[in-house]
Design a protein around this ligand. Structure first.
Ligand code: NAP
Length: 303
């Protein structure tokens, strides 16, 4: 393997340690801790496990963490009432609504009801607009793209003037990371191309990339010969390609995960590469915690 491995698991630990110190410092000086509420509707096992991971991380950092679990019979009006309650609650600085919501509830209406100054996921149209403007306007960058940019910065990859190619144009990964990399500032100032299913000759674009960010959700989409030697390859894709017995409990089956890039071949061509799992994945919750600390700092006027 010639590429340097960018491990999200290691960077997560670094950032969580920094955040824990910052939280303690704010507590000592201002007597306040970040407050994060996670609203979970229903009993979807995947949602339950995401929420418990978020709560566990918030707890580790010394946040005031609240898990608000509601039955899937909750009406849209009741859920909007709950959001209004947390919007007004001064001890809460971040509000998360775990998706998906039951079909009778309009997800967009619910997400748009969150106070943009407590929208630590960064999905509210006001925060999307702030991200587009860039610079000091940005309050809460969306968590997965923020994690990608942080990995690139911490790995020491040069972004200024770099050719960045983003595969995928979703609202949660492709479009925001493309927007972030083109801004003026640290870890940005790049020349960005976004490719998608309607792109002609995706290969020729990918081959030009100094930094290739792939978020398509198609295992092995990016072929090794599409990678420029020495490029930084960020593989956001998480695809279940089968099952295997768990190492902890061989009677239990766990999913086999693969990225959108053929890691085994790409690692010998790229200069930097993220693994799947253990790459971008661990960064998302970490950035959520960072946004919640930021929210408290804005609230205290110390950001
Ligand atoms: P998405 O909403 O399905 O968007 C996928 C994008 O990729 C679309 O813009 C699509 O193009 C493009 N695409 C799909 N197949 C393609 C192909 N054959 N050639 C070129 N472009 C193609 O997915 P997403 O939510 O952005 O997620 C992408 C992947 O990242 C998934 O595997 C997801 O699980 C993973 N993910 C990981 C994290 C994390 O690790 N924390 C977070 C979010 C997502 P069109 O627009 O033309 O259809």
């Amino acid at each position: 393997m010639s590429a340097q491995l960018i491990k999200g698991t290691d960077i997560r630990e670094e950032i969580l340690e920094e955040l824990a110190k910052e939280v303690q410092d704010i507590k000592d000086k201002h007597g306040k801790v970040p407050g994060l509420v996670t609203i979970l509707v229903g009993e979807n096992p995947a949602s339950q496990s995401y929420v418990s991971l978020k709560i566990k991380t918030a707890h580790r950092l010394g946040f005031n963490e609240v898990q608000d679990t509601q039955p899937d019979t909750i009406s849209e009006e009741e859920l909007l009432g709950l959001i209004d309650k947390y919007n007004k609650d001064e001890s809460i600085h971040g509000i998360l609504v775990q998706l998906p919501l039951p079909k009778h509830i309009d997800e967009k209406k619910v997400l748009n009801a969150i106070d943009p100054d407590k929208d630590v996921d960064g999905f509210h149209p006001v925060n999307v607009g702030r991200l587009m403007i860039g610079g000091n306007e940005v309050k809460f960058p969306p968590c997965t793209p923020a994690g990608i940019q942080e990995m690139i910065i911490r790995a020491g990859v040069e972004t200024e003037g770099a050719e960045v190619v983003v595969v995928g144009r979703s609202n949660i990964v492709g479009k925001p990371i493309a927007n972030m990399m083109v801004q003026k500032g640290k870890g940005a100032n790049s020349t960005v191309t976004v490719v998608h299913t309607r792109t002609k000759d995706m290969e020729s674009h990918c081959k030009r990339a100094d930094i290739l960010i792939v978020a398509a959700g198609v295992p092995g989409l990016v072929k090794p010969e599409w990678i420029k030697p020495g490029a930084c390859v960020i593989d956001v894709g998480v695809n279940r390609v089968g099952e295997k017995p768990s190492k902890k409990d061989p009677n239990k089956m766990v999913p086999i995960l693969r990225g959108d890039v053929d890691f085994d071949t790409a690692k010998d061509i790229a200069g930097y590469i993220t693994p799947v799992p253990g790459g971008v994945g661990p960064m998302t919750i970490t950035m959520l915690m960072r946004n919640t600390v930021r929210s408290l700092k804005y609230h205290l006027g110390i950001a």
